[in-house]
Every structure is written in C-alpha cells, then in structure tokens.
Design a protein around this ligand. Sequence first.
Ligand SMILES: [Zn+2]
Length: 352
Amino acid sequence: MGWGRSLPSRRRSPHVRDMAQSDVHSLDALFGCFADEAKAHAYVRDVRWPDGVHCPRCGHLRCYEIADPNANRLRWKCGSCAKRFTVTTLTPMERSHIPLRKWLFAMRMFAGAKNAISAKELERHLGLSYEAAWFMLHRIREAAIGQVDGKIGGPGHIVEVDEAYQGGKKRGRAGFKFKRGRGAEGKKIVLAMIDRTTRQARTVIVPGISQQQLKAAISQHVHPQSTIVTDTLSSYGFLKKSDYLHMTVDHSSKFTDGIASTNLDESFFSLIKNAIRGTYKSISATHAQRYLDEFTFRWNTSKRTDGERFATAVASGEARRLFYHRPVGAAFAEHPQNDNVLVRPASERKQA
Ligand SMILES: [Zn+2]
C-alpha cells in the first residue's frame, strides 16, 4: 500500500459531527449512527481527535490519510515517525476481530447501565461468545478507569472519608459481598474519599485501618489543606496534626453534625452494594479494585448524560495505552483459576 490521497485530517462528515456533538442518547440513535463499520470508524475518529487527527504514538499533527485494504477502515501515516495507525491504535479495540460497532455498542451499554452490565448480558445482546464479551468488558473497564486519576480536594474543599468492609464466602466461592461495619476479620476494606464540592470520588482497597495505612491512602488521593470529615475512628487522629483540617461525626449518635457528615460515602457504598447485588452477584477478590474503579467512574460521571459518558469511554483509550501494549497473555496471567465470577476465557486470543 503506498500513499493514498493526502486529505486534510480535520475533515469530518457532517453526519458524524452532529452525532458526536449532540449525544448518542438512545439505543435507537446508536443503531442509526453505527449502521455500518465505516460510520463507526468515523465516529471514533471524531471523538478521539476532536481537533484533528494526530499520531497516537508521537503526537505529531501532520498525518496523511492512506488507503486501507479494508474499505470501511480509516488509516493514516504519521508525517514524523512514519508509522501507520487507525482509529483503534492504542485503544481497547486494537487488533480485535470483533467489529468496531459491536465494541461501540458494548461501550454504550457500559456507559448507560444504571448499576453495571455483566458479560452475560453483553453476550446475549451482541451475539458473541461469553469469553469475547467478558474480554471486551474488562478492556472497556480498564479504559474507563484511566479517567479516575489525580488528587481530589484542596483549600476550601470538604472531603468525606469513610471505610466499608467487603468479604464473606458464598456457597464455597471466594466472592465479595458488601457489608458495612467494623470488626470483621479477613475482609477487604474499601476506603472512599469524596470531594463534596466537585463530587469527585477516589476509592482504594486498604490493607488495614491503622493510622499509617489510612494516612498513606489519604495523602495519595487528597490534596493537603482539604477539610476531611471522618467518623470517630481513632486511626483518623493523625489528621489533627497533619496538613489537613479535620472534622468528625460520631456515627454512634448521629450521622450528620452540622456540615460534618459522611452521607456522600453512604450513598456511594449503597450504589456499589446495589450494583453487586443486582448485576454481579459477587465480585472476585482479584478484580475488586478494578470494579471499584468502575463504580468510581460511574459516580464521577453521574452528572453527565449516557451519551457523554459513552464519548468519555470511547476517548479514554489514550490514557490506558500502556495497558493495551502488554501482551494479551500478560493480561490474563493475573487471573487465578478459582476466580469465581470472571472465568478465564479459553478463546480470548481468537476472539478478542
Ligand atoms: Zn508519529
């Protein structure tokens, strides 16, 4: 394949531009817009590079559209590194044999699901094997969580911090159940930190609730000078002598004390609880942080429309590109055989 027509990379079809700007609000609109692969490729181009196509590898702005053996696919050659790329290069969809419009449909389902979507549902909707649906969902999840990054809070911000416990074996399987309250041994502890001003959340699984462990998690995710509201757990005592301002609410007597409350954390934990109960039944310990990140992504984007969240998921491939450059086998090496919910796919290499 030689050089094709050198088109101005900013050119877009009016149809796709309208769609990207408005919203793929309903599934009906989604079907219309992604009726064929060419439209799906044009859509991803516009969402990924709203200001004009640039090289995903070196960021160079001068790229030339070249012919592709697959007529539906758009392809460019970078004017600097001379490498070729498509709209899926360095995204979750790269090198996948699943048609792009199925990927987009899966992402739209992911973005529009109130609680969550299971691989089983996706399997039915898209007519894929369970393994392929599972693989897609995990890759989409990985791309979405790239959006949950950076510290929250800052001077004048109130950050609610609270912890919840997950764990418990269910019918002999090592699954996760969600439970509030302290004292349960062997359970995973989820620490939620939510900025009351921006409503942005960060969640992390902490190894314990000692002062050092909580301090490490909070200082990693919350800006100094934030006002932190916690309950009266003594391990939070370090906050009094730190760069943070500290307020407490005594949960044994009341849940709100003036502006001191951790009600946002309560809402967040109930969202997770509903999602697990309604969709996943239980989530595996191995992937717990990944699921938490998914819920955090949902929470952080809850003010956006389904369509906007969808566009965010489509565009978020860039942030996670290192992940996709790992060999396929490496992504699965971390999955244990006894993973109860996410069964290791046998055919991922063929289908995803
Ligand atoms: Zn380049």
